[in-house]
Each structure stands twice: as C-alpha cells, then as structure tokens.
Design a protein around this ligand. Structure first.
Ligand code: GTP
Ligand code: MG
Length: 224
C-alpha cells in the first residue's frame, strides 16, 4: 500500500486543529490567522490594530517566524502579550505548535482575541489548518496585482483580503481593479479592505470587521 506522507501529515495536523477549535470555543476566544508574503505588512497591521483596539479588546498574538523574536518584541512594545514560535526551516505554523502557544496564552492572559501572524509565505500557511476562525490574507501593493491569481489557495480561503501600503500605490503599477476582480473570481464571499498601516488610512472597515467577529461572540454567524 502506498502511503502519501503529505496526507498523513495533514491528517495529524487536522486532529490538532480540531483540538484548538475546542479550546477556543471553551474559552470564548476568536482566533484570526494572518497570512501574507515576507514584508507584506502583517506586523505593522497588528501594531496599528493594537493602537486602535488594544484598550477595548483583550488581545494576544502568536508570532510565527523562521528565526528571531523581533516581531514578538514589536507587539510587546505595544503592550500586548506575544508568544513567539521559531520554526527553523519550516515555512508554516502547524496546529500542534499553535496548541502549545494557545494553552500558555489562555493560562497567562485569558484573551478574547488571538491574532496568529503566520510565517511570511503565500503558499504553505494556507495548506495547514490551525483551528482558526478565519484566515486574513495580506497583500501589499508593492508585490504586484498578479499575486492573487498566482497563489489561489490562500485567496480562495480567506475571509478577508487586506491590501496594504496603499499610500505607495502611485509609485507602483499595481492595478487595484485587477487584484479585486481576481479575488472575486476565486472567493465569492470574501471582503476586501485597502489600508495604509503607517498612516491609518482605511482602518475603520478593518476595525469594524475585527470588532464584529469578537463582540458578536458567535463565530459561526460571523463567518457565514
Ligand atoms: N507605507 C507603508 N509601509 C508599510 C505598510 N505596512 C508595512 N509597511 C512597511 O513594510 C515593511 C515590512 O512591514 P512588516 O509589518 O514588518 O511586514 P511583515 O509582513 O510583518 O514581514 P515578515 O514578518 O518579515 O513576514 C516595514 O518597513 C513597514 O514599515 C503600509 O501600510 N504602508
Ligand atoms: Mg512580521
């Protein structure tokens, strides 16, 4: 009998993802999985989100990186607890790694909302369910408007696409209409929000989205 190693890996991961979902439901926590290329602006989006929502929602962040604790240090500087996972060579976070972080954060912080900043990568993180309530795709205008079509799995699964670095768009050939059309083609229900995390432009819609997901506390309804 031929055993597909990738299938085995994914099914072991799925069992841990289910465990994570049970933990989140038991403690009434919303968990959002932020996925995008290296440098797309994931941590900056989180910093601005903490600045705007940190006093109203009890948050924690799980930071995934190949190496260094730089992103966790940025989050902690904003006054929010961060659990850094260094994967070495692995290009994604898996549900077992996230389970360890979740248990520690529940014990130490008891948050209402956990953001997971996944490893900077448009491919592998989308393949691994970590038990999140929703995937947030982050794409910056400096990456090119073709990336939605070229890396379809993430964009087809995301609850929301956050397009960052809006203020830089005039210096690029990024065509917003092309990216939006490609996203809508892949994802009928997903929302798109354009922001500039350095200036805070466009954040009202993003903050509304996050607040709705947390305050409603009915995840199933939130992500229908
Ligand atoms: N102008 C502008 N710059 C941004 C924006 N978001 C991020 N940047 C800049 O882009 C660079 C990378 O941002 P990060 O937030 O570190 O990117 P990241 O996705 O977390 O990167 P990795 O964790 O390494 O994958 C930094 O120099 C940020 O200041 C934005 O919306 N507008
Ligand atoms: Mg980062």
């Amino acid at each position: 009998m031929k055993i597909n190693v990738m299938d085995k890996l994914l099914s072991a991961n799925d069992a841990w993802a289910e465990e994570n979902r049970l933990l989140l439901r038991k403690h009434g926590i919303t968990m959002l999985n932020i996925i995008g290329s290296p440098g797309a602006g994931k941590t900056t989006l989180l910093e601005q989100t903490i600045a705007l929502l940190g006093k109203t929602i009890k948050m924690a962040v799980i930071e995934g990186d190949i190496a260094t604790t730089k992103d966790a240090a940025r989050i902690e500087k904003m006054g929010v607890a961060a659990y850094q996972i260094n994967t070495g060579n692995a290009c994604h976070l898996d549900a077992h790694l996230v389970n360890t972080a979740l248990k520690e954060l529940i014990n130490d912080v008891n948050p209402e909302l956990i953001f997971v900043e996944n490893i900077g990568n448009l491919v592998c993180p989308a393949e691994f369910d970590i038990g999140e309530d929703g995937k947030i795709a982050v794409l910056s205008v400096t990456e090119g408007d073709d990336k939605v079509e070229k890396y379809p799995l993430l964009f087809s699964e995301a609850e929301i696409l956050v397009i960052t670095k809006l203020k830089l768009i005039e210096h690029t050939n990024f065509n917003l209409a092309i990216a939006l059309a490609a996203f809508k083609q892949l994802n009928k229900k997903g929302e798109v929000i354009t922001v500039d995390s350095c200036s805070g432009e466009g954040f009202a819609s993003w903050i509304d989205f996050v607040q709705d997901c947390v305050l409603v506390h009915k995840i199933a309804e939130c992500f229908k």
